[in-house]
Design a protein around this ligand. Structure first.
Ligand SMILES: Cc1ncc(COP(=O)(O)O)c(C=O)c1O
Length: 394
């Protein structure tokens, strides 16, 4: 049998994480033990109470049946309470909400539900891969929104050409941001909502890291700037907030017509999200005030352990106020991939080259804070030492 992937699938640029996997496998085959700070898969355990909620949900009568297409009533209620308590945003669930098996599939789904060949999607030039890949998969065009270090990685909406904005069906923003750790205030969302309104497009806010902030000021929701949900759709995830990445659970809230389109798309290709997992996530959302602070504190203390180790080694790194990543410049004069390969092959530390997040990420690399403080500090010392060696040689 000859099976050939579609031309569209084959035309996608290589997935950088697959190349990283190859480098890791080669190093391990040579006997290396690696500290993998590449992908952002949470190592912190789920809270015992969430595990109990999951176990109790698994034993509920009727749980063996297919889930309701849109979401479980208990999850919808918890989403409504969470959005109200956390952001002061009213959500009329289920009209304005949908349960998802993670934010990623939802983001891909809304693009597939609204876009096709000839349509334009506005994507930050440093981006979580699904934003562009989902657009390319449906034959839509991607236009990059400027996102530069000198403006703190806050999108420069004024620099988006009006002609491109007019053609766009939707724009995607992601704050707190993976990979840069940048965050924005309400005023940014005010501008983004005004931009979306002016150009008659959907503002898609990816708020997967909304709860992982470190400076005591909670991150805003884009929906606070669009109280009538005219142009905004916001994706939330339990993956990092509650260390539930493996359970695949998130949700989306916002514009009812967009929710309807996403629900229509999803109901054609799947059966919704496991009810037991929704019930566990409902418990987590209802207890976010107790469950989130220990997670945020752990990432903050890991960030500090690494930053202190870098500084002790003479590298004064900038630290982010949010997320679970450090976003650092590749040493001057050193090629991105040479740098990442040297760290894997010589120091046993895996980091992600910035180009994994698009051309805009060139010249940077990302460290995921997915090990304990001591391991991270030791890794930082090795990275800083390698930097000195390579900069001397460059
Ligand atoms: C910016 C961003 N959005 C969405 C996701 C995916 O979230 P989920 O696990 O809910 O699909 C990630 C995961 O790393 C992410 O970094």
């Amino acid at each position: 049998m000859t099976l050939v992937q579609t031309a569209t699938l084959r035309s996608l640029p290589p997935y950088v994480f697959a190349e990283l996997d190859r480098l890791k496998a080669d190093a391990r085959a040579r006997g290396a033990t690696l500290v993998d700070l590449g992908i952002g898969s949470p190592d912190l355990p789920m809270a015992p109470a969430v595990i109990d909620a999951l176990a109790a949900a698994a034993a509920e009568p009727g749980i063996q049946g297919y889930p309701p297409f849109l979401g479980a009533p208990r999850f919808f209620d918890a989403i409504g309470r969470f959005m109200a308590r956390r952001f002061g945003v009213t959500v009329d669930a289920p009209n304005e909400a949908l349960a998802l098996s993670g934010a990623k599939e939802g983001i891909a789904g809304i693009i597939a539900a609204l876009c096709g060949p000839g349509d334009v999607v506005l994507v930050p030039e440093i981006y979580y891969p699904v934003y562009a890949r989902a657009a390319w998969l449906v034959g839509a065009e991607v236009r990059w929104m400027p996102m530069r270090a000198d403006t703190g990685f806050v999108l420069d909406l004024d620099a988006i050409p009006a002609a491109e904005a007019r053609r766009a069906k939707l724009m995607i923003v992601n704050y707190p941001n993976n990979p840069t750790g940048a965050r924005v205030d309400r005023a940014f969302y005010d501008r983004a909502v005004a931009f979306a309104t002016r150009h008659d497009l959907l503002l898609v806010s990816d708020a997967a890291y909304s709860e992982l902030t470190f400076d005591g000021s909670p991150a805003p929701s884009a929906l606070q700037s669009d109280p009538a949900r005219e142009v905004t759709l916001e994706f939330h995830s339990c993956s990092k907030t509650f260390s539930m990445a493996g359970l695949r659970i998130g949700f989306v809230v916002g514009n009812a017509r967009a929710i309807d389109a996403l629900a229509a798309y999803r109901s054609n290709i799947g059966y919704g999200t496991a009810t037991a997992v929704q019930h566990a996530a409902a418990y987590a959302l209802d207890h976010h005030e107790e469950l989130v602070p220990p997670k945020a504190a752990a990432y903050r203390s890991r960030r500090d352990a690494m930053a202190n180790a870098f500084r002790a080694a003479g590298w004064d790194v900038a630290v982010p106020e949010a997320t679970m990543y450090l976003w650092l410049p590749v040493p001057e004069g050193v090629d991105d991939w040479d740098w990442v390969k040297a760290l894997i092959d010589r120091d046993g530390v895996v980091v992600t080259p910035g180009v994994a997040f698009g051309d805009g990420g060139r010249g940077f690399f990302r460290i995921s804070l997915v090990r304990d403080e001591a391991t991270l500090a030791a890794a930082a010392a090795r990275i800083a030492a390698r930097r000195r060696v390579l900069m001397r040689a460059a």
